[in-house]
Each structure stands twice: as structure tokens, then as C-alpha cells.
Design a protein around this ligand. Structure first.
Ligand SMILES: Cc1cc2nc3c(=O)[nH]c(=O)nc-3n(C[C@H](O)[C@H](O)[C@H](O)COP(=O)(O)OP(=O)(O)OC[C@H]3O[C@@H](n4cnc5c(N)ncnc54)[C@H](O)[C@@H]3O)c2cc1C
Length: 399
């Protein structure tokens, strides 16, 4: 594997860096994200800027509206975005349903949905999980029954991230309960304004509203909104999950977080008055994470190098998910330890961008506890780490 970048990649890196310097608004870079998002208005503005530059969908093929960048260029772009504090864009349209629509959708569906996903004018959410159907997703029960040229949908989804901000939801529904669970599922695109859809917030441990329950009561959805064939939704659902796991290791973001932690350690003091940066225990804990992160980065680059040759990512995604989320959570835990009492001083209105009251404690401490709390979810969503270990046990160890 060639680790050194080629001269043209270095030129590309400088171009991205310059673009970010000139175009990433300060208020967007300074908005501290918890979960996947900074406030919607700011995120939409940044989405639009990338869209106008033609850089909003680095992983999409050029024909579908992507950049046509190599895997290395995509990696460089992510690294530079993390370094510049650019927020991650909402993944539900760009990384999830968009690739499903341009791969399996018909021409009318592509024409209707792709432009809004790329421009960021239409926001999506993911209606997969249900009470009792998370890891065992194929057992889902939300039912869609044909009536003329519509399906009538009844049931409930849960943990639906940002459903309260979304315009559309992509949903897995049961269209056949007589065959094997995986063979009776269809993939529907549903306008959130359709009568019969209601939502209820689920406030998470960070006291913020990212998550929802979504209820469907006799919701009429045109059959034309179904992706691909009836009862073949599981195929599209799995394809989407593979895209969801792209970049799941979050290496550029963790590198940035480790740097930030080193900076904090230069300021914060331990109970004996010494700087944390001079405390051997703290240094050892941080070094331990950084070593794991360096190993993860090389593994990630090795896997990327293989995909550059045309191999698709398989079980390696499970390794990246487990190690990536473990590193993220270790960094979040150490950050809480670093700022001590102030870790609890953030307050909800400020995190939601609704208050300009002064921060209690250092500015950098504001989101540390919220990120720590919400960060526990990283080893659960997108397929829990236990499930990823099961995948590895079967596929790699042959157990
Ligand atoms: C913050 C957050 C955001 C989310 N966003 C979305 C979203 O936008 N849309 C959406 O559809 N879903 C979303 N989810 C749901 C997520 O996909 C599920 O939580 C996840 O799949 C786990 O399912 P579950 O919660 O039902 O837990 P369960 O499946 O009930 O699992 C409970 C525990 O048992 C373990 N377990 C289960 N089965 C096994 C097994 N066979 N072997 C070993 N251990 C096992 C799990 O690892 C877990 O620790 C989100 C979840 C979170 C926490």
C-alpha cells in the first residue's frame, strides 16, 4: 500500500483548504455540534455552499450529481473539513436514501427527489427501527396494505433521528406477512405532511431533542412512491446500510477531537494545581487513545486503498465501526475527566442556539458533557457493536 500522497493529491488538499478558508462561515464553524447536527438553519446554509461549489456529494458517481473524486480525494476532503471545523451534513438524504434512489429508483423518482437531496432543500429521515425491531430489523411490523393505487400504512417507528425537521421519510414496511420476514418488506418514500403521520419527541440523555417516535394511522401513500419491487425492500435496505457505514470510523473527526483534548490539557489543571499536560496519568490515557487512533487510521486507509482497486467494503466495515466508536467514546470520556466539574455546566438553551447567556466555565467545555452523553449511542445506532461482533465471529472466525 502506498501511504504517501501523490503530488496531485497534495494540490487537491491545498485547493480544498483554500475553499474552506474562504467559504466556511465563522458562525457555522463555531456552532458546536452535538449528535450529527448544528442548528438546521446554519447547516442548510453550509449545505447550499457546498452544493453550489459542486462538492456536496463526494461519494456519488458523477452522473448522479457527485464529484467523481477518487477515494483518496474523498478522504482528503473529509480530513480538511474536520480540521476546519466544518459540520457534517445530514446523512439521511446524501448518504442513505440518495444512493438508493439513483441506484434502484425509476426516472420519475430520480427527477422528483435527487435535486432536493443535492440542494439540501428537502430533508429526510430514516424509518427503519420499531419497538421490538432494532437489531432484529426484519421482524418489523408496520404494515402497508394495497388499496387501489395507494398503500394504506399503519404502525410505528422509533428512534427516528430528526423526524421533526424532516420533509420526507424513507420507510421499511411489511407488505407480506406470509413469507420469510426478509421477503415481505417494501421500501416506501413518504411525505411527512401526509395526513395520519404524527410524531412524539424522545429527549435523549443530553437533554436535547434529536430523536422521535413516528406513528402512522391509515396513511395513504401512492404505490408510485415504492422503490423497486414489492417485497424486495430488504435488498435496498441492506444496500443503504452499507452506504450508512461509509466513513463510519470517523477518523478525521477523532483526530481533531484528540488535538482539541491536547489543547485543553495545556490549559486545565489537576487538583494539585499542575497542568494536565504535565500529568503522567492523563498523558498516558491520551497517548493510549492516540495509538489506537493511529492504528485505526492505517487500517481505514488500507481498506480505502482496496476499494480504490474496485473491491467493495465487506466485513471490514464492522471492524471500523467497532474500533471507530470505541475511540470516539474514549476521547469523550477523557474530555469529561479533563474539564471536571465544568463538564456539567452546559445548558440546553445554549446548546440549541436559543440563548446567548454567558457560558459557565471555559467555552470549550460547553458541549463536552452533552457529546459524552449522546456519544454513548454511537455504539448502538447503525447496527450495535455487539451485532458487528457477531458479524465478525461468523464471517471472519467462522464460528
Ligand atoms: C441515537 C440513535 C439514533 C438512531 N437513529 C435512528 C434512525 O434515524 N432511524 C432508525 O430507523 N433507527 C435509528 N436508531 C435505532 C438503532 O438502529 C437501534 O437502536 C439499533 O439497531 C439497536 O436496536 P434496539 O435499540 O431495538 O436494541 P435491541 O436490538 O433490542 O438490542 C438491545 C441490546 O441487545 C444487544 N443484542 C441484540 N441482539 C443481539 C444478538 N443477537 N447478539 C448479541 N447482542 C444482541 C444489542 O447490541 C443491544 O446492546 C437510532 C438509535 C440511536 C440510539
Amino acid at each position: 500500500m502506498q501511504l504517501a500522497l501523490r503530488p496531485e493529491d497534495e494540490i487537491f488538499r491545498r485547493e480544498v483548504r483554500q475553499f474552506l478558508k474562504e467559504n466556511l462561515p465563522r458562525d457555522v464553524a463555531e456552532a458546536r455540534a452535538v449528535g450529527v447536527s448544528v442548528p438546521k438553519l446554519l447547516l442548510k446554509r453550509w449545505h447550499k455552499t457546498l452544493y453550489e461549489k459542486g462538492w456536496v456529494a463526494p461519494a456519488w458517481p458523477k452522473a448522479a450529481g457527485g464529484t467523481g473524486w477518487s477515494v483518496t480525494q474523498q478522504h482528503i476532503f473529509q480530513e480538511e473539513c474536520a480540521q476546519a471545523n466544518a459540520p457534517s451534513l445530514m446523512p439521511f438524504g446524501l448518504s442513505m436514501v440518495g444512493p438508493v434512489i439513483y441506484t434502484f429508483g425509476n426516472d420519475a423518482q430520480k427527477a422528483q427527489h435527487i435535486p432536493g437531496i443535492l440542494s439540501g432543500d428537502v430533508w429526510w429521515c430514516q424509518g427503519y427501527s420499531e419497538p421490538g425491531s432494532g437489531s432484529d430489523l426484519a421482524s418489523l411490523k408496520t404494515k402497508a396494505v394495497r388499496d387501489g393505487d395507494t398503500y394504506v400504512v399503519n404502525g410505528q417507528k422509533i428512534w427516528t433521528s430528526y423526524a421533526h425537521e424532516a420533509d420526507w421519510i424513507f420507510c421499511l414496511v411489511r407488505t407480506d406477512d406470509q413469507s420469510k420476514p426478509q421477503e415481505g418488506i417494501s421500501f416506501l418514500l413518504i411525505d411527512m405532511k401526509t395526513p395520519g403521520i404524527t410524531g412524539r419527541p424522545l429527549v435523549s440523555i443530553d437533554e436535547l431533542h434529536h430523536l422521535n417516535e413516528v406513528f402512522f394511522e391509515d396513511v395513504r401513500v401512492p404505490i408510485a412512491n415504492r422503490i423497486g419491487e414489492e417485497n424486495k425492500g430488504w435488498t435496498y435496505a441492506k444496500f443503504l446500510l452499507a452506504h450508512e457505514r461509509t466513513g463510519i470510523a470517523g477518523v478525521p473527526q477523532s483526530k481533531k477531537a484528540a488535538e482539541e483534548l491536547r489543547r485543553i490539557a495545556g490549559t486545565e489543571r489537576a487538583s494539585d494545581g499542575k497542568r494536565l499536560a504535565d500529568d503522567p496519568d492523563f498523558q498516558a490515557a491520551l497517548a493510549d487513545i492516540e495509538v489506537k487512533l493511529a492504528a485505526l487510521e492505517i487500517t481505514n486507509l488500507r481498506i480505502l486503498a482496496e476499494t480504490e482497486k474496485g473491491t467493495s467494503v465487506g466485513v471490514e466495515a464492522s471492524v471500523l465501526k467497532i474500533l471507530g466508536t470505541e475511540v470516539q467514546q474514549a476521547l469523550q470520556t477523557l474530555a469529561v475527566e479533563a474539564i471536571g466539574y465544568y463538564a456539567h455546566a452546559s445548558h440546553r438553551e445554549r446548546l440549541e442556539g436559543r440563548s446567548n447567556a454567558p457560558v459557565v466555565g471555559p467555552e470549550y467545555g460547553e458541549t463536552i458533557f452533552a457529546s459524552y452523553g449522546f456519544g454513548r449511542a454511537a455504539s448502538i445506532y447503525g447496527g450495535s457493536n455487539e451485532i458487528q461482533r457477531n458479524v465478525l465471529a461468523k464471517a471472519v472466525l467462522g464460528l
